[in-house]
Design a protein around this ligand. Structure first.
Ligand code: ADP
Ligand code: MG
Ligand code: MG
Length: 629
């Protein structure tokens, strides 16, 4: 996330009075940017990744790996060169640092975005290694920065944090995690509290438990303190919020405290950004399944392999009326999805797009849509923005209420940056050299820098191939939603099929003009989507390879990039496991595991130690890496 504004955030009762104010100025700010910059052209490909770390701290004596709340305090140190560079242009900033939702988290990005050359791709892994080494310089004895999507024992009884705090915080009111787990900047506790207040209940996250041979049926979690009476919300778990056969979580931290891998690209103009947004949206669920790395929550093995739905439920601020559980009375809309979910509409209107692809109902604010269209925005884009703006702003800083809409985008960004979807379409900030960008947001973070580099580079090359070959990945967006559900299933990468477009090259698509949209796609395995079929779909990696063949690439570069692509090929064809499968296997074969889905402190300790050793090159895991690492 960008630099955080400072000021006094309003509590929900106050903030909600200004929701229309923020929305109406947010739209004016968007219009100002749009009308000034819609014709901006010839921006270059610039791109960057974001890696989220968790700092762990070992208690070797008690065989415990805990999350360290000290991570947040390191930001000042880590940002030194960025801060100095602001006044001294001679300083080269190689790594850039931001705090994240969890106080135990850090987010690292390259110091400046990468450029569009293949040489830039060759520097990605080195920069990720540099970032990890940079954090390591600040680690005390017993601390280590890991890249794991969900920390297995977050919210378990006993010590999962250091220092330890009891779960009695006013912001989250969780029975499992204290407020101290949240980034202490006022924005984050307020965001947490305001989601709860807007929803009029705590968030309720339920992930299906993985039923192992000794897991009771039904599984009723014995660690839920049903008789606790600290907050009125404590009753909710017993009143139906906690589902049987599920792992129940009751705090935003369980979702926003997960780590992921995001990639942002600058397009050469707005139309190219809209095109990339659409075609990459269909790839989102495929990459979620392929990068799956999160099979454990709150000390239990889940029957899902990835984080997405956990985060979706963890920030679901919809009221009962908005969720369709009660007739609309005080709320304006019934809203089918959380603010954190897969995208609801395509954005491009170029010749590949057909209206039938936008086949799920799009809830929009009609007045906002009209205002946008009356001011020159086309219908497709107007509906996109009018959909983001059905939400309320959650955190409003009193000092920032009055803005000059020609120079600030604060109110627009307030809504934009709390619509956490699989893709994000990012308009240029006002008065900046930055162009139209899109962010690819579905991937899970991988254990090693090599893997994160491989997935980042693959997505960048795929964008180049999409643009260079004019590829067409459109399928009805309802099928992308189905793919998102499928992606969560255990071992989805090998055991389930996903909808994907059959003919992705345009000349092939033309021959289908008489066919219907439903003839354009079919169910494929991820292996088929990534590596291709013998007599049909070419496969995304072969397409990327033909793109590389069309360039004049020297042998050494080709070899290095080929290694990343081969690695992804092996993850897709099952030669190598996903992190989720490996973590699951590690737990199920651990001597302390009782085949009851429970991940003990000791198992967690050994798992985190193993992850550390993998990073240090001290442990080889051929099932994850083959000969690649
Ligand atoms: P977020 O919206 O997630 O807060 P940021 O603006 O912090 O994203 O940046 C995310 C990534 O975008 C970083 O890796 C950064 O290097 C990269 N980035 C920054 N400027 C540009 C740009 N002009 N074009 C493309 N990527 C950029
Ligand atoms: Mg982040
Ligand atoms: Mg981001």
């Amino acid at each position: 996330m960008g630099l955080l504004s400072l000021g006094t955030p309003l509590e929900w009762e106050e903030a909600k009075k200004y929701a229309d104010h923020v929305r109406s100025h947010g739209i004016k700010q968007f219009l100002s940017i749009y009308n000034k910059l819609k014709d901006r052209k010839k921006d270059h490909l610039l791109w960057g990744d974001e890696i989220e770390y968790m700092v762990v701290d070992y208690d070797h004596e008690n065989k415990n790996a805990r999350l360290s709340l000290r991570a947040f305090d390191l930001i000042n140190e880590l940002q030194k060169s960025e801060i100095e560079a602001a006044t001294n242009p001679d300083i080269v900033v190689e790594t850039s640092w931001r705090p994240e939702y969890g106080r135990y988290m850090l987010e690292g990005t390259p110091g400046a975005p990468y450029g569009g050359t293949l040489d830039d791709l060759l520097s990605v892994e080195a920069n990720m290694i540099l970032r990890r080494n940079t954090v390591m310089q600040y680690m005390k004895e017993g601390e280590f920065p890991i890249t794991i999507t969900s920390f297995p024992r977050l919210g378990c009884p006993g010590e999962f944090l250091t220092p330890h705090y009891e779960p009695t915080g006013l912001a989250t009111r969780s029975m499992f995690v204290p407020d101290e787990v949240i980034n202490p900047h006022a924005r984050f506790p307020t965001l947490t509290a305001n989601i709860r207040k807007r929803r009029q209940a705590k968030v309720a996250i339920n992930m299906p438990i993985f039923h192992d041979t000794n897991t009771p049926k039904p599984f009723i979690d014995p660690t839920i303190p049903h008789d606790r009476d600290v907050f009125p919300e404590d009753k909710e778990a017993g009143e139906g919020a906690a589902l049987p056969d599920h792992i129940y979580m009751d705090s935003m931290c369980f979702g926003m405290g997960c780590s992921c891998l995001q990639i942002t690209f600058q397009a050469c103009n707005i139309d190219e950004a809209r095109k990339l947004y659409d075609h990459l949206a269909t790839v989102g669920p495929i990459m979620l399944a392929l990068t799956a790395a999160a099979p454990v929550y709150r000390g239990y093995l889940a029957d899902v392999d990835c984080r997405w739905n956990v985060i979706a439920q963890s920030v679901d601020d919809r009221t009962r009326e908005e969720r369709g559980l009660e007739p609309l009375n005080n709320s304006k809309f019934v809203i089918p999805k959380s603010r954190y979910d897969s995208i609801d509409s395509y954005l491009s209107t170029d010749k590949l797009y057909k209206p039938e692809y936008n086949d799920i109902p799009l809830v929009i604010d009609e007045d906002i849509c009209k205002e946008l269209m009356d001011n020159g925005v086309d219908e497709q884009l107007a509906r996109h923005v009018a959909h983001l703006f059905i939400r309320d702003p959650l955190v409003i800083f009193e000092e920032l209420l009055e803005q000059d809409d020609e120079v600030s985008s604060d109110h627009f960004e307030n809504l934009q940056s709390t619509n956490w979807q699989t893709m994000r379409f990012k308009p240029p900030p006002p008065n900046s050299p930055i162009g139209w960008r899109v962010e690819f947001r579905s991937m899970e973070i991988q254990i090693t820098d090599f893997e994160n580099a491989a997935f980042a580079i693959f997505i960048v090359l795929l964008t180049r191939a999409i643009l260079s070959f004019g590829l067409n990945f459109y399928i009805p967006i309802s099928k992308v939603d189905e793919n998102m559900k499928t992606a969560h299933k255990r071992a989805a990468v090998l055991e389930h099929k996903f909808y994907f477009r059959k003919h992705v090259f345009q000349d092939e698509s033309h021959s289908e003009t008489n066919s219907t949209v439903d003839d354009e796609y079919e169910l494929m395995t991820i292996n088929e989507i990534i590596n291709g079929k013998d007599d049909g779909f070419p496969g995304l990696i072969p397409i990327v390879n033909s793109y590389l063949n069309s360039l004049n690439v020297d042998i050494e570069t080709r070899r290095t990039l080929g290694r990343y692509l081969d690695f992804i090929k092996c993850r897709a064809d099952g030669t190598l496991m996903t992190a989720a499968t490996w973590i699951r296997q590690f737990i199920r074969t651990h001597p302390d595991y009782k085949h009851d889905s429970h991940v003990s402190q000791e198992i967690n300790y050994d798992l985190i130690r193993a992850i550390e050793k993998i990073n240090k090159g001290e442990l080889k895991v051929p099932e994850l890496f083959g000969d690649f690492l």
